[in-house]
Design a protein around this ligand. Sequence first.
Ligand SMILES: Cc1cc2nc3c(=O)[nH]c(=O)nc-3n(C[C@H](O)[C@H](O)[C@H](O)COP(=O)(O)OP(=O)(O)OC[C@H]3O[C@@H](n4cnc5c(N)ncnc54)[C@H](O)[C@@H]3O)c2cc1C
Length: 347
Amino acid sequence: MGTLMMAGRGAGDKLAATYCNLGTDVNFGELSRAMMRYLVAQGCDVQFEHEIVDLRRLPDKRWCVVVKDLTTGQRRKISARFVFIGAGGGALHLLQKSGIPESKGFGGFPVSGQWLVCDNPEVVRQHHAKVYGKAPLGAPPMSVPHLDKRVIGGKEALLFGPFAGFTTKFLKKGSYSDLFKTIRGSNVRPMLKVGFHNLGLERYLIQQVKLSLNDRITQLRRFYPEAKKEDWRLEVAGNRVQVIRKDPIKGGTLQFGTQIVKAADGSLSALLGASPGASTSVSVMLELLAQCFPDLMRSQWQSKLQALIPSYGHRLAADPALVGEIRAWTSASLQLSATTEQQRVAG
Ligand SMILES: Cc1cc2nc3c(=O)[nH]c(=O)nc-3n(C[C@H](O)[C@H](O)[C@H](O)COP(=O)(O)OP(=O)(O)OC[C@H]3O[C@@H](n4cnc5c(N)ncnc54)[C@H](O)[C@@H]3O)c2cc1C
């Protein structure tokens, strides 16, 4: 665990930890930019600074997407046979605009995420791991405290958190009216029921909002006993919009995962939930493709997907040799050095 986490602990202090020497940071922002650059090089038209302001069904069953150019203010219409709504916290609003019956009863519960950040090189160089603790009692699953080394754009920093906060914004740069704009006749009951049945979560959020910097440093010292307040600052990382959905028994439930919502004819789909676009993105998109294009997935797309994802169609949990092969392949592609663990599993 390194000197940073052990210094300042008594010889009799008990600690338990498991260790895995695999893995790396993934900068999803940079990954997205790289994918966009590739698409543009292939002749794909990518428009930035444009906002989708409306979605309407046309008589011929296509979708009319109304797009606003945020630089000129001009609006134009695009028609499409298939629409995918992957707009993070903006997805619920667009899904509601589509008016599909499957969108009824969904609501959002926004929770903001904050981190303590340290970029003092003296401190940063002492920690080379991602160390996860346990979520406090009553806290949501995404609140597992962790002390991470992150390298962003070549710059190293330590992050500790996440701390939750209450917000009515659905996107980091969204509006305080986001939450209220998504309230509809069909979701008001599920939203009220979720508020009523999740008092533990609400108590947890209130406690989190009330935390002072000193309180947060006290939590950090459970990981890093000699942490100094002056080395750390609080930063807002972003917002998660937890899914609220209608439930025939409870009236409404709060979900912590990612949710695919699709039109019955497969012509429109949306991703809602806490983590739609990062580590879960590949598996959730495969599921979405299977739901919206079942025939193409079974026929034309099989071989392409197998080439892109060598483990596609295999159960990795039942095949340790394949796990070893895939890890070695991934490490080679990402230019990570092969570890003894990989060699052991592969052998
Ligand atoms: C504190 C915190 C920690 C996290 N940690 C992790 C982690 O460790 N691992 C992990 O896998 N995930 C993590 N996540 C979740 C992860 O960040 C998100 O799943 C991911 O960023 C979502 O990506 P996205 O592209 O779907 O949405 P976003 O990144 O939210 O992007 C949505 C985009 O759509 C645009 N948009 C919205 N509405 C419209 C509209 N009408 N027209 C045009 N554009 C629109 C927005 O401007 C934005 O650019 C974390 C999230 C938070 C908040």
